[in-house]
Ligand binder design. Structure first.
Ligand SMILES: C[S@@+](CC[C@H](N)C(=O)[O-])C[C@H]1O[C@@H](n2cnc3c(N)ncnc32)[C@H](O)[C@@H]1O
Length: 262
């Protein structure tokens, strides 16, 4: 894998963000609940496993004999996950396994929009599921072209920080990927024969959390590729000093639990 997920600094900024702010923790806890993980689920595939935070949320609900296969193409993220998450039920891989019908659950936390084309990704996931198994994934509403509701403070949409960082350029986190909508996702799930239920939840995204998230180098690669991740972080801190720190906005996440029925 090439690109900013491969930078050695990326897992450091990712983990610094996760240690202090609960965006991914709450997204993963809802994902695991909606995926109905339990002690009777024995084979789990976690795709886009990152530093292991989705798998970590799953482990507490699984029995001692369960297996969780974490697929993470970035060596830097995988290395961080392996050293952070020590559990004999976990295995790591760089790519999807190929044996059909071998998983009870496929989890994809905060990652599926990066796996384009979506239709092909869902076709492969559907093939890897056992009958009676489910795929469970989530996507921020903004990545589905859905606006978030205003929160509070002088900057209730959190626009001041990206205006300073991106300076009129599009937000790279969204613009680099296949344009998706909830409708497109549901049509694609139906096309591969999965029966999906949609769900959503929302969090308060605070200005400081937004700044810490933007420090993950993936988010600024499109505009600051010539700068080191440390210099990018320094500039983001500078921008944070000039915006209202007390501001926050809502962030809605949408998700689907898609069952493979006989
Ligand atoms: C935002 S992180 C989410 C990590 C983890 N699931 C969590 O919730 O903390 C997205 C991860 O997806 C991985 N990723 C990106 N493209 C991918 C692809 N095509 N296949 C599998 N994983 C991919 C990245 O390397 C990164 O580790």
């Amino acid at each position: 894998m090439q690109g900013p997920w491969e930078f050695s600094e990326t897992p450091l900024f990712y983990e610094a963000f996760c240690e202090k702010h609960d965006r991914y923790r709450s997204a993963n806890s809802v994902l695991i609940r909606k995926g109905r993980l339990s002690a009777s689920v024995s084979r789990v595939l976690d795709v886009g496993a990152g530093t292991g935070r989705t798998a970590e949320a799953a482990l507490g609900r699984l029995g001692p004999e369960a297996r969780v296969v974490c697929v993470e193409p970035s060596a830097a993220m995988r290395r961080a996950g392996k050293s952070r998450l020590i559990d004999s039920r976990i295995r790591w891989r760089t790519a999807l396994p190929v044996r059909p019908a071998s998983f009870d659950r496929i989890l994809c936390g905060a990652a599926i929009w990066q796996m384009s084309p979506l239709a092909e990704t869902l076709r492969r996931f559907a093939g890897l599921l056992r009958e009676g198994g489910a795929l469970c994934f989530n996507i921020p509403g903004l990545y589905l072209q859905e606006a978030d509701a205003p929160g509070g403070g002088d900057d209730p949409h959190l626009l001041a920080l990206p205006a300073r960082v991106f300076r009129g350029r599009a937000d790279g986190a969204i613009s680099a990927y296949e344009p998706l909508t909830a409708r497109l996702v549901e049509d694609a799930l139906r096309a591969v024969g999965l029966r999906a239920t949609a769900w959503s939840h929302r969090i308060r995204l605070k200005q400081e959390a937004y700044a810490a998230w933007l420090k993950i180098p993936v988010l600024t690669e499109h505009c600051w590729s010539g700068l080191s991740p440390q210099e990018r972080a320094r500039r983001i801190d500078g921008a944070l000093g000039r915006v209202d720190r007390a501001s926050w906005r809502w962030e809605t996440w949408k998700g689907w639990t898609a069952w493979k029925l006989g």
